[in-house]
Design a protein around this ligand. Structure first.
Ligand SMILES: [Zn+2]
Length: 499
């Protein structure tokens, strides 16, 4: 095979893989949004068929030949071509670990488990989901053993979301978060709580939709390339920079919930919308790693979204759409209310200060789950025990406990640490950004464009082209130092609560 043939071969293959992924992504999005609840039956079969098609495309001997050829001639190829070949190599190695019949079976399981989880969460019926969770855990452990039997399965899975990440690296990170944040959380608990009553007045969904539109406009999210849907669990899905989907969940008695979901998912969306043109419809779309992706969403949600300058910009919009609900409220009270720190039950609605401890609970459970030390039947009790130990809260039911997140139902074990790592990366990105631009003057003026442009030039446009460590160095971010994340939170909450 000549280099020209190898390149052509890979480009043709890439088109097919991208098309299959596009179809699967829209099918699963449809399953989460418009499709009726029983539709999983047929969708599972279609997804299984498409997954098998992808397997057979990748299993072709010529693919490996073409990849080897490009990598041998890497000096004659551009950077994008080399990264595509490398990425294909890794994907192929992964997908060929599982026999095609099993792959199809996995797709069916994932599809059915997600439908069962939805029902189980609504009905607070963990028992109906537990057998699926056991099968999902076994599916991922089996995958990990096949990929690298010499490593703990959890490390193999962590590496899929962030290259080189291990429990040995995460243990001291979480220890630092726990020891650094617990005294702050305790000190906050002794101070008077800010008023939050007005966040829980009646906020009609129709008006909340209008509010989302305004928030998306403020963030600079172009509606002809980014749509918003309503789902049980908010998420972001991207097919290219011209087709990004975010979702939110509206609660009529909690205006902040959807607000910060939109800002969070909007951060993910800006990443996808900002990837380079040359990466569109290639396998290099998407972020450098899941932690880097979460660094962007949590950057907008917290560092910007829950800052005093941004809250002062947001508040007049809130007041315009909900004059009655906010008549007796000031912008300062709004800022304090959306930053109220208090140990709670639900991760996605947790404040910035206690949030990392919600992740710690999941991290500790995942380690045991992937080591095979616990079964699904053990999890509700362990969940309650860890929430008691780290957050001091009593979990009343599984709906607000072990069933709350969709990740495990989707087979994503090892994803949760990305949120905490991403938050820590975000703090260091902000530090670098402040050296370059007057961040807070711009935010106070309601102008997020320079912030997004800074991230766009240094992070977003590279998609998967750069690995996380290279990306952070080239963005001018200092070497990773989680103490800075702890210091940022301590500073912010010391000021908020006059500690
Ligand atoms: Zn996210």
């Amino acid at each position: 095979m000549t280099l020209t043939q190898a390149k052509e071969y890979l480009l043709t293959l890439e088109k097919a893989v991208v098309a299959l992924n596009h179809a699967m992504s829209i099918l699963s999005l449809d399953g989460e949004t418009a499709a009726p609840s029983q539709s999983w039956r047929g969708r599972g079969e279609t997804m299984a068929y498409l997954a098998e098609r992808e397997y057979h495309l990748l299993a072709d001997e010529r693919v490996r030949e073409a990849i080897a050829c490009v990598l041998q001639h890497r000096s004659e190829c551009d950077e994008v071509m080399v990264r595509r070949a490398e990425e294909f190599g890794e994907r192929i190695e992964e997908s060929l670990l599982t026999p095609p019949e099993e792959l199809a079976e996995n797709e069916r399981l994932l599809n059915e488990a997600s439908a069962v989880w939805h029902e189980a969460k609504v009905n607070d019926d963990y028992a109906s989901f537990a057998p699926y969770l056991d099968r999902l855990m076994e599916m991922r452990r089996r995958f990990a053993r096949r990929k690298d039997a010499g490593k703990p399965p959890y490390d193999v899975l962590l590496d899929r979301y962030e290259k080189g990440l291990t429990a040995a690296r995460l243990d001291p990170f979480f220890d630092l978060l726990r020891s650094g944040l617990t005294p702050v959380i305790q000190a906050v608990a002794e101070r008077p709580a800010p008023r939050t009553d007005f966040l829980h007045r009646h906020y009609p969904i129709e008006l909340q939709r209008r509010f989302s539109d305004r928030v998306m406009a403020l963030m600079g999210l172009p509606r002809d390339r980014c749509a918003i849907a309503e789902t049980e669990h908010p998420f972001t899905d991207s097919n290219s920079k011209w087709d990004v989907r975010i979702s939110t969940h509206y609660y009529e008695s909690d205006v902040a919930s959807s607000l910060y979901s939109v800002v969070h998912e909007g951060g993910h969306a800006l990443y996808e919308l900002g990837t380079g043109d040359e990466l569109q419809f290639t396998i290099l779309g998407g972020g450098s790693s899941m932690s880097i992706h979460e660094s962007q969403s949590r950057f907008y949600e917290n560092l910007i979204g829950r800052s005093a300058p941004f809250c002062r910009v947001l508040f007049p919009i809130l007041r315009e759409i909900f004059p009655g609900q906010t008549a007796d409220v000031t912008a300062e009270e709004f800022y304090r209310a959306v930053n109220m720190a208090q140990p709670s039950l639900i991760r996605t609605e947790a404040d910035e200060l206690t949030y990392p401890l919600h992740i710690l609970v999941r991290y500790e459970l995942e380690k045991q789950m992937m080591a095979g030390d616990v079964t699904a039947a053990d999890l509700p009790a362990l969940w309650k025990e860890l929430y008691g130990r780290y957050l001091g809260v009593t979990v009343p039911d599984d709906r607000q406990g072990v069933l709350q997140d969709s990740h495990w139902a989707g087979g994503a074990f090892g994803y949760f640490p990305s949120y905490a790592l991403g938050s820590a990366y975000g703090v260091q990105m902000l530090e670098a950004m402040q050296r370059d631009i007057p961040v807070w003057d711009e935010v106070a003026a309601g102008n997020l464009a320079p912030v997004t442009a800074w991230l766009g030039e240094r992070i977003h446009r590279y998609g998967m082209l750069k690995k996380p460590s290279e990306l952070l160095v080239s963005a001018g971010v200092d070497p990773f130092d989680p103490q800075k994340y702890v210091d940022y939170l301590r500073r912010k909450f010391t000021e908020l609560y006059n500690l």
